[in-house]
Design a protein around this ligand. Structure first.
Ligand SMILES: NC(=O)c1ccc[n+]([C@@H]2O[C@H](COP(=O)([O-])OP(=O)(O)OC[C@H]3O[C@@H](n4cnc5c(N)ncnc54)[C@H](OP(=O)(O)O)[C@@H]3O)[C@@H](O)[C@H]2O)c1
Length: 273
């Protein structure tokens, strides 16, 4: 290889290549807490226009005010909706909330931690209607818009629970397996339409997730993170922004992101057992 060839290769490595997020619009579901909230902050700092969805209206209002403090030029729209209510998708459609460049399909929950034989089918219903039915509809509507408008990016929150089932978490794990399968198929179906489908599959992230799973039992929720430096919402938002900022010819199909101390969902090294 001659000197010019090396120079050319160095130039090619150094040339600006990423996707600029400034001015793009994003729809984030589950923005009132945890990963969704952190993503809203990160995308606001990048200069994205935001549509934020969650049930807790006060939280969304407070978040909007804080985001506008960070960046007064932002446009932030909030939608206080229960995504499992049949009319919620129509409300978002009517407001043009799916007309975005980026979807962060994040709202989801686990309820309960018990054997199939002892668990409550009402909990199953809530997990399946949120994590599966609503999440599928949201990706469908955003993908339709993107297909008709020259492309876009869909980021979906899957989980390590989409890769292996763990005891006491049958339905949550089943719901995340479904999320993963659906978005794998969507990625194949939209491969010619300039749509990126990016799956993030975290392990243990310290958010309100365990508080919700244990229905407000704060002590039990805290024990999940005892002796572990868990991830936080900001860690996931960083990887999400990284994947979005890569040049458009790059699609991160899936990132599995765990704390160093977590080998798999049930193998956790705790420093104060
Ligand atoms: N934390 C973890 O260890 C972990 C690991 C892997 C994957 N995940 C996934 O990451 C995603 C975000 O979880 P997180 O850890 O950030 O939990 P979180 O702090 O509990 O946040 C969940 C968000 O979803 C919203 N939400 C739940 N049900 C909703 C509904 N019916 N309608 C509208 N919004 C709803 C909540 O808002 P409102 O309560 O205000 O509605 C909240 O903003 C979930 O899909 C979860 O399965 C989490």
């Amino acid at each position: 290889m001659n000197d010019t060839a090396i120079k050319n290769q160095i130039q090619s490595v150094l040339k600006p290549r990423g996707q600029v997020l400034r001015g793009k619009t994003a729809l984030i579901t589950g923005a009132s807490s945890g990963i969704g909230l952190a993503t809203a902050v990160r995308l606001a700092l990048e200069g994205c226009q935001l549509n934020l969805v969650a049930r807790r209206k006060e939280r969304l209002n407070e978040l909007k005010a804080e985001l506008l403090n960070l960046n007064p030029t932002l446009s932030v729209r909030t939608f206080a909706l229960d995504l499992t209510a049949p009319e919620s998708i129509q409300t978002l459609l009517d407001a043009g909330a799916f007309s975005v460049d980026i979807l962060v399909n994040n709202a989801g929950l686990a309820l309960g931690l018990s054997h199939v034989l002892n668990s409550d089918p009402n909990d199953w219903e809530k997990m399946l209607s949120t994590n599966v039915n609503s999440a599928f509809r949201i990706s469908q509507e955003a993908a339709k818009h993107m297909a008709n408008n020259g492309g876009g990016d869909i980021v979906v929150l899957s989980s390590v629970a989409a890769h292996s089932a763990y005891e006491n978490g049958a339905v949550y794990c089943a719901s995340k397996h479904a999320v993963r399968a659906f978005h794998e198929a969507l990625r194949l179906e939209t491969v010619s339409q300039n749509i990126r489908v990016i799956m993030l599959s975290p392990g243990m992230v310290e958010t309100e997730f365990s508080l919700v799973r244990f229905k407000g039992d704060f002590e039990r929720a805290q024990k999940v993170y005892d002796g572990v430096e868990a991830l936080d919402g900001g860690d996931i938002a960083d990887t999400l922004v990284y994947a979005l900022q890569l040049a458009r010819h790059i699609n991160i199909d899936e990132l599995i992101i765990k704390p160093r101390q977590q080998g798999n969902p049930w193998k956790v090294h705790r420093t104060n057992p």
